[in-house]
Design a protein around this ligand. Structure first.
Ligand code: PLP
Length: 382
């Protein structure tokens, strides 16, 4: 039997997806587990969005869509980027994708030649380095430190730049650290992109989930060098609908759409009509986002207070819905920490694949009741 490609053999499957699947399986078997693993809102998709999908179905909007997305949604995206992010883009400079993941995947396929380097800020979202490698690129890690609140130092990024640097990935608010980068840091990174002529990949999928500070889109400073990636998943509790989107220079967006045309054809048509409702029914959508943000903030505070009362260390996250917990107090490393917590019936994600060593990631996209239960179990464990 002939084997798999070297490219695939070198790839790691997503640790977060795997650990979440394991927690769900244990739950299914009747184990009373508190899962703090999810990278998704625990709220249901808002009703106005579901209704738009039902309407699309009833109207027979069930056929192939253009590779870059239905024109109505691309127009709405151009308007959204203008209104919320200060980015002046035409509909042709936007693309709809199968989740934010496909936007990033296509982007690296479009940009990278073998050996091209992509700077990723560690701890990072697990998929960036793997997607870069799958595209033949080389991820180059630049560390961010807990003592800096996991905010990157632009000078450290500058030192990692080489003639092969093709892109820098920035994710604020950040998964897994929850850090929200100050505007001046994002401005400095955008200036580096222009000065050294590489692409800034700005993953803004958690833009609406900020509890302190404000969101800033670095593409405003470097429009020719920035691809802004986003999606409906986190803002509108639409993870399963698989709608992501991006904007950037026309040529790059066209290449991304061409890749879609030869792979997925287009994102699900019904889901695109639902996403259009999410992006254009501003009153209903903003009410949903505000409700969710308030709930996450309350949960974050509950979790941070509980962890601190247990004498555990975690950098206070200002955005997204994750806390990186330092595990030195109860384990030798993050793998042992995750195992000990699982024995105590609390599921978390070990930081290993995020390059967040001696940390585990806790998601607070779950009920206050669950968080209290988890804290109680951690107290017993300790
Ligand atoms: N970017 C970050 C930082 C994420 O955490 C995720 C999902 O967990 C994504 C992108 C992709 O999200 P989706 O493909 O569900 O839109």
């Amino acid at each position: 039997m002939r084997g798999l490609s070297e490219r695939v053999k070198a790839m790691k499957p997503s640790a977060t997806v795997a650990v979440n699947a394991r927690a769900l399986e244990l739950k299914r078997q009747g184990v009373d587990l508190v899962p703090l693993t999810a990278g998704e809102p625990d709220f249901d998709t808002p009703e106005h969005v579901k209704e738009a999908a039902r309407r699309a179905l009833a109207q027979g909007k069930t056929k192939y869509a253009p590779p870059a997305g239905i024109p109505e949604l691309r127009e709405a995206l151009a308007e959204k980027f203008r209104r919320e992010n200060g980015l002046a883009v035409a509909p042709e400079e936007t693309i709809v994708t199968v989740g934010g993941k496909q936007a990033l995947f296509n982007l690296f396929q479009a940009l990278l030649d073998p050996g091209d380097e992509v700077i990723v800020l560690a701890p990072y979202w697990v998929s960036y380095p793997e997607m870069v490698r799958l595209a033949g690129g080389v991820p180059v890690e630049v560390a961010t430190r807990p003592e800096d609140g996991f905010v990157p130092d632009p000078e450290a990024v500058r030192r990692a730049i080489t003639p092969r640097t093709k892109a820098l990935v920035v994710n604020s608010p950040n998964n897994p650290t929850g850090a929200v980068y100050p505007q001046e840091v994002l401005e400095a990174l955008a200036r580096l992109a222009v000065e050294h002529d590489f692409y800034l990949v700005s993953d803004e999928i958690y833009e609406h989930l900020i509890y302190e500070g404000a969101h800033f889109s670095p593409g405003t400073l470097a429009p020719e060098h920035t691809i802004t990636v986003n999606g409906a998943a986190k803002a509108f509790a639409m993870t399963g609908w698989r709608i992501g989107y991006a904007c950037g220079p026309r040529g790059v967006i066209k290449a991304m759409a061409d890749i879609s045309s030869q792979s997925t054809t287009s994102p699900d048509t019904i889901a695109q009509w639902a996403a259009l409702e999410a992006l254009t029914n501003l009153e209903a959508s903003q009410a949903f986002i505000q409700m969710a943000r308030k709930a996450y903030q309350k949960r974050r505070d509950l979790l941070l207070e509980g962890l601190s009362a247990l004498g555990l260390k975690a950098v206070r996250p200002s955005g997204a819905f994750y806390v990186l917990l330092n595990t030195d107090a109860f384990a030798e490393d993050e793998i042992q920490a995750a195992e000990r917590l699982l024995e105590a019936r609390v599921a978390v994600v070990p930081g290993t694949d995020f390059a967040a060593y001696r940390h585990v990631r806790l998601s607070y996209a779950t009920s206050e009741e669950n968080l209290k239960k988890a804290l109680g179990r951690m107290a017993t464990l300790l």
